[in-house]
Design a protein around this ligand. Structure first.
Ligand SMILES: [Zn+2]
Ligand SMILES: [Zn+2]
Length: 158
């Protein structure tokens, strides 16, 4: 009996490994975001330090793979904790935060894209802990999203 169980277990395990391998690459057409970098600039590790300074620009880059082609890239910044408030105060918030929502269409139609943009952090933005969303939508309407924490800081004093 023990041996039968052992045999069954190995058999099942082998089956699981086999299906998970073949699923991954060939049939998966959902968009993928890799090597996302969010940082205050270029060089000395700034590319991915998750910091931005008011009055300066934020470096953003990512490798995107979208077998069904990119239809839209969206970038959203909001203050930490606004996820909960969002539902109740939706309209109010939309009027208040003019800054924080970006859409990029210049990668549309691409399967493999090397996204690289710099976003200005205007003076009207208040410093603090922010949440950052990087979203890719393909032509079938399938979305891939990465969320990160980001600190927006006052200009460095000189
Ligand atoms: Zn850059
Ligand atoms: Zn968020």
């Amino acid at each position: 009996m023990k041996n039968v169980m052992k045999f069954l277990f190995v058999f099942l395990l082998a089956g699981m490994i086999a299906t998970s391998c073949s699923d991954d690459d060939k049939n998966d057409l959902t968009p993928k975001i890799k090597n996302l970098e969010v940082g205050s600039g270029h060089g000395h590790g700034k590319e991915n330090d998750a910091k931005a300074y008011i009055g300066k620009d934020l470096h953003l880059s990512a490798d995107i793979l979208a077998p069904n082609k990119i239809a839209k890239i969206e970038v959203v910044f909001h203050k930490e904790g606004e996820h909960h408030k969002h539902a109740e105060k939706h309209e109010e918030k939309e009027h208040k935060d003019k800054w924080g929502h970006f859409e990029f269409k210049d990668y549309n139609g691409q399967v493999n894209a090397k996204f690289h943009k710099h976003i200005d952090i205007p003076e009207m933005v208040t410093s603090g802990d922010y949440h950052f969303h990087f979203k890719v939508v393909d032509t079938k309407g399938v979305t891939a999203e990465i969320k990160k924490e980001l600190k927006i800081l006052e200009k460095p004093h000189k």
